[in-house]
Design a protein around this ligand. Structure first.
Ligand SMILES: [Zn+2]
Length: 676
């Protein structure tokens, strides 16, 4: 046991020595340690102090979460059946421990005692914030409830977990079961070769001739986007828009009742906790204050975007009628006609742009702008990793180490899709000295061909900058307290500020010049192509904004007691929101909500608005750089007021400290091309 690499926290993780067999004994040991520590704190009759409550609790749970984060990380970047088995075996034990911790009344009272102790007023802002956050989380976990209500609360959580899981299983089954068989390639006119080839391969794998399409995004979307065959587009649009609903293929996968039950349980949970609605519960730990404030924000955004959305739609109708012979533009024509309009108007391809972004040049450009903004140096470092393609770097300021990160860029089998930043170790001042942060930065870009560097699309470059923004938030923190250093304790609807903020630099001419080199000529991105990219950036941004507002408002009202008051069904409410917001009305059969997994099986319930909310913050923050015209000077301030302070104070305070005023929506509108 002493040699178990998962419980060795002395240095960087030793990936090459970790095996699936280490997981269960390590987690058992660490959970046991945590329970012992919790019991010792509970049974301590001395007065509560930071040192006899929070320090031992943080020490124990930090070890547990570092080990578990490492296991989860390996599970997502190099999964094996053995690893998956031990992951699934231990996951419920971790959840069970944290649920019990959240409801621990004795611990809750210790935190309350700390808050009213004489030493509280002498605590740093960071320590006060940690205590406030903990008290809030205890309350939201039901620590204050009577025993019978605690039991009901636990039942609700358990049922909600099951229902969310059923919701996604229905969706997955409905998605996977659908198949559309085409025998005549002539029916697939307009589709790119790779989409046709993929459908042919799919058919062959199923032992059939011709072409098979499914409801997975990469399979059906090219039909909506490119198929000249209108009837085919209509068939696929309808199949996708009705999946997992009462209009779908199989009534067993209908999510209607699941959604009703989830909403009723969330409403009951809110009442148990003493809040008017689940939306109020959701907003307690967010930057937004009240459902009314969020509603006002969304309706304001909708009214500003509306004229642009109407213009987008009018242009599309005219184009479709004049160029495509589509006089009655239908839902299944929108994506197709939009793609044709985009091609005609901007005349460049992703492939053309991609030739300018070789990996070494992009990484160099990224590190350079980070150096300009925050005065930090990034250089290669060495460490044990989980795959030969993974690179490791260190960040220094004035020659002093402040953080390190792993960069795992390429897609490969047994690695989850998407891109993310994850925390491997957080900054914390301990009795042994300063612990520096460690981060995972993971993407799924196309790996390099033999003897050549990898080339990135502009979207991929943006993704890299986005995740790196999260990484900088984690690594450039100057907070010494674990609970609020880096992203810890930052409000959910403000977490995307530093990441979306970094994306802006992917559109700066100077930055692009430094990070581009054509594969043949080695020349940087030419002005002409750059201008086309800029022009295409805000294509149909009015329509897209209204779509996001429609989803956000629907989500909020769904959780805001609206159904109970209005006696509307979920569908009735969605119709009403569409009536209020959309310029492009979805057809009556559209059951988008039956597949809205963000809010029914993800963590976004009454929080979908966070995307747009954080975009206001990031656009307005970037506008400060545009106004000053001085990346270095403004960067120092952004670092000091936003990145360095992490979760040690409310995000709104940090924003005001940086910007000198509360956030305003103007920059977002301007960056989206929605100003007259
Ligand atoms: Zn993000």
């Amino acid at each position: 046991m002493m040699n178990n690499p998962l419980i060795d926290f002395s240095g960087l993780p030793r990936y090459e020595t970790i095996t699936p067999a280490d997981v269960t004994p390590a987690i058992a040991t660490l959970l046991e340690q945590c329970r012992t520590v919790v019991a010792r704190i509970e049974n301590n009759s001395e007065a509560a102090h930071w040192e006899n409550v929070i320090t031992p609790l943080e020490d124990a749970t930090e070890s547990l979460s570092r080990a578990w984060d490492l296991v989860s990380h390996l599970h997502s970047v190099c999964d094996t059946p053995e690893l998956r088995a031990v992951y699934n075996e231990n996951q419920p034990l971790i959840t069970e421990f944290y649920t019990a911790l959240g409801q621990n009344l004795v611990l809750y009272k210790k935190y309350l005692a700390l808050q009213s102790s004489a030493e509280y007023s002498g605590y740093s802002a960071a320590r006060k914030k940690i205590i406030q956050n903990a008290l809030r989380d205890f309350k939201l976990s039901g620590a204050e409830l009577s025993d019978d209500k605690k039991l009901r609360y636990a039942q609700i959580q358990e049922q909600l977990a099951k229902l969310s899981n059923t919701f996604s299983e229905h969706l997955l089954d409905a998605t996977n079961h659908y198949s559309l068989h085409i025998t005549d390639v002539a029916e697939l006119g307009g589709l790119p070769d790779d989409a046709i080839l993929a459908a042919q391969t799919r058919a062959q794998q199923a032992g059939r001739d011709g072409y098979l399409f499914g409801l997975q995004f990469p399979s059906f979307f090219p039909i909506l986007q490119y198929a000249d065959n209108r009837a085919l587009r209509a068939t696929v649009y309808r199949a996708n828009a009705t999946k997992a609903s009462e209009l779908g293929e199989n009534p067993e996968w209908d999510n209607t009742e699941i959604m009703n039950q989830i909403l009723a349980l969330r409403s009951e949970e809110a009442q148990l906790l003493g809040y008017p609605s689940f939306a109020d519960v959701s907003l307690v730990a967010k930057m937004a204050d009240s459902p009314q404030q969020v509603t006002d924000f969304l309706l304001d955004l909708a009214s500003r975007a509306r004229p642009f959305a109407e213009r987008d739609l009018a242009e599309l109708r005219l184009f479709a009628s004049q160029n495509l012979g589509l006089d009655d533009l239908q839902a299944h024509d929108i994506t197709y006609a939009s793609e044709k309009l985009r091609e005609q108007r901007y005349a460049f391809s992703d492939q053309e742009v991609k030739q300018y972004f070789p990996e070494p040049q992009v990484i160099l450009g990224l590190f350079k702008i980070v150096k300009t903004l925050y005065g930090v140096d990034i250089s290669p470092d060495s460490a044990s990793t989980w795959h030969p393609d993974v690179k490791f770097y260190r960040i220094e300021k004035h020659g002093r180490l402040i953080g390190q990160f792993y960069l795992d860029l390429y897609a490969r089998q047994s690695k989850d899709g998407g891109a993310w930043m994850n925390n491997a170790r957080s900054r914390r001042l301990t009795a042994d000295g300063l612990q520096t942060p460690l981060a995972y930065l993971v993407c799924n870009f196309t790996p390099p061909a033999r003897d050549k560097p990898a080339y990135f699309t502009h979207d991929e470059v943006i993704t890299l900058f986005h995740e790196f923004g999260h990484g900088l938030h984690h690594m450039l923190t100057e907070v010494d307290e674990l609970g609020v250093s880096g992203l810890s304790g930052v409000e959910w609807d403000a977490v995307e500020l530093p990441s979306q903020f970094m994306e802006n630099f992917c559109w700066e001419w100077e930055v692009l010049q430094q990070m581009s080199a054509h594969c043949d000529s080695n020349q940087p991105l030419p002005r002409e192509l750059y201008d086309k990219m800029l022009a295409a950036k805000n294509f149909q941004s009015g329509l897209q904004t209204l779509r996001q507002v429609e989803f956000s408002l629907f989500d909020l009202q769904l959780h805001n007691g609206y159904l109970e008051q209005s006696r509307l069904s979920v569908q009735g409410l969605l119709n009403q929101v569409r009536e209020q917001v959309a310029v492009l009305r979805a057809p009556d059969f559209n059951r988008f909500q039956h597949g809205f997994s963000h809010i029914f099986s993800g963590g976004y319930a009454a929080g979908y608005f966070s995307y747009k909310w954080a975009e206001v913050l990031s656009a307005d923050a970037y506008a400060a750089f545009e106004e000053a015209g001085d990346n270095a000077g403004t960067g120092i301030k952004f670092h000091r007021e936003i990145l360095a302070v992490g979760g040690s104070r409310p995000a709104l305070e940090s924003f005001i400290a940086f910007r000198g005023r509360p956030p305003e929506i103007d920059a977002l509108l301007r960056h989206s091309g929605m100003t007259s």
